[in-house]
Design a protein around this ligand. Sequence first.
Ligand code: GTP
Ligand code: MG
Length: 447
Amino acid sequence: MQLTAKPSLNNALLISVRTPEFRGAEAEESLAELARLVTTLGFKVVGTQSQNQSSTKRVNVLGLGKLAEIAQLTGNKGIIEAAEDEDDELDYDQDFAEIPSDNLPLACADVVVFDCDLSPSQLRNVENQLGVEVFDRTGVIIEIFSRHARTKTAKLQVEIARLNYVAPRLRETSTGDKEHQMGKGAGETTLELNRRNVRDQLAELKRQLASVQEEMKGRRTQRSEHFCVALVGYTNAGKSSMMRAITGSEVEGENKLFATLDTTVRALFPITHPRILVSDTVGFIKKLPHDLVASFHSTLAEAHDASLLLYVVDASDPSFRKQLDVVHEVLEEVGVEGSEKLLILNKSDQLSAEQQAALMVEFPDAMLTSARDPEDVAKLHEYIVKVAEQGMIEEEVIVPYTAKGIVGEIRNSMSVTKEEYEFDHIKLTVRSSAIDLARLKKKMLEK
Ligand SMILES: Nc1nc2c(ncn2[C@@H]2O[C@H](COP(=O)(O)OP(=O)(O)OP(=O)(O)O)[C@@H](O)[C@H]2O)c(=O)[nH]1
Ligand SMILES: [Mg+2]
C-alpha cells in the first residue's frame, strides 16, 4: 500500500459511510473536515459520495450499486465483484432518512478517500474493485503528521505510528503478489523479510525515542522552576498564532491542519521577572488514531507540567463545542490536567457583536480574543501575569553593599516592588516564587 500521495494523483473523491451511530450533522462536519485534511495533503477534492449502511464493517464497505457508481467516477479501472456478505443494498437502512445530495465530480477522481477507518482487507478489496488508490481517515492523518514532523522527537513518534499502521497492510497487499500466487513461496519470503524489517525498524526507532525523551526530561526539569503556560486545543484553532503574539516570537501559524507537531517553548513577551514560559502544542482532531495519541504523551509533557492551561478554540467554527470535547478527551487520555484553566474563544474578529455577546453569556469565564488584535493579546498577557503572581509571595530582602552583584540577579529573576537605600545595605521588596526565594536566601548565606 502506498501512503505517499504521488504528484500525479490529484483528484480525490470523498466517501462518507453513514451509519445509525454516525450520520446527520456529525457526518457532514466530519466530511468537511476530511476535505480540509485531504487538501492539506495536496489533493484536490473533486466530489463527495455518501451511502447509508448499517455499519462500516462490510467486506466491500459499500453496496455493489454504489461501488459501480463510484467506479464510473474513477474511470472504471477495477473489477467489481460481489463479496460474501454482499446482498447489495438490502441491508441498506431506509429508515434513517437523510441521504445527502452527492457532489458529482467535475473531473475523474484518481484517489478515493473514506471518512472512516478501513481494515487492511477492506482497503485492499475496495482498491481492487475500483482500481485506484484508496485512503482511509487514519491513513490521511498519519500521512499529514509524517510530512509535518520537523524535530527529531516528532519524526520518531510519527514514524513509529506510521509503521504500526503500515505493518498489517503490508501483509495484506503482499498476499496478492504474483510470485506468491505461482506457489513459489518467494512472495512469502519477501513478506517475512519486510515484516522483520518493519519490526527491526520499530525497535530501533523506539530505542532512539527513549534516548531523546531522556534528554527532553532533563530540559524540562530545568524549566520546572518557572511558571509554565501551555496552549492546547483543536487543530487550526490559532494556538501557534496566539503563541507568536504573546511571546513576540516567530513560531509559525499556518492555515493548514497539524501545522505544529512539536512542543515549542518561549518566554512571555514583554519579558516578566521572573520569566514566564509558554508552550505551544500539537493540535487534536476527531478520531485521532490511537497510536498517535500514545505517541504524543511525551510531546504533551510540557502541557502536563504547566501551571496554567489555555484551551484555545476557533470560536468562528460552528463545531467548536464538539472540538473542545475532543480536546478534553485526548488530554484526559494522556493524563494532562493542569491546575488553572482558561478557555480562549479565539478568532473573535470573525464574529458579529451579537455572536460575541451570546458566547460570553454561554461561557462567562472565557476570554474572547483575536490573535490579530494587539489589545486582546495584551489582555491575555496581563491575565497570565496575574495568575503567575497569585502563586508568588512578597518578602523583604536585605542586600549588603558588599554583595551588590546579587541585586542584578534578583532583578532578573524576581519582581522588585520597592527599593530603599540604607547606610550599609539596600532593602528590596520582592515578589517571587517560594522556590526562588529559598534559593536566593541560601546563596546569600553562602556569600
Ligand atoms: N481571523 C483570524 N484568524 C486566525 C486567528 N488566529 C489564528 N488565525 C488563523 O488560523 C489559522 C490557523 O492558525 P494556527 O495558529 O496555525 O493554528 P494552530 O492551533 O496552531 O493549528 P495546529 O498547529 O494545526 O494545531 C492560520 O491561518 C491563522 O492565521 C484569529 O484570531 N483570527
Ligand atoms: Mg500550531
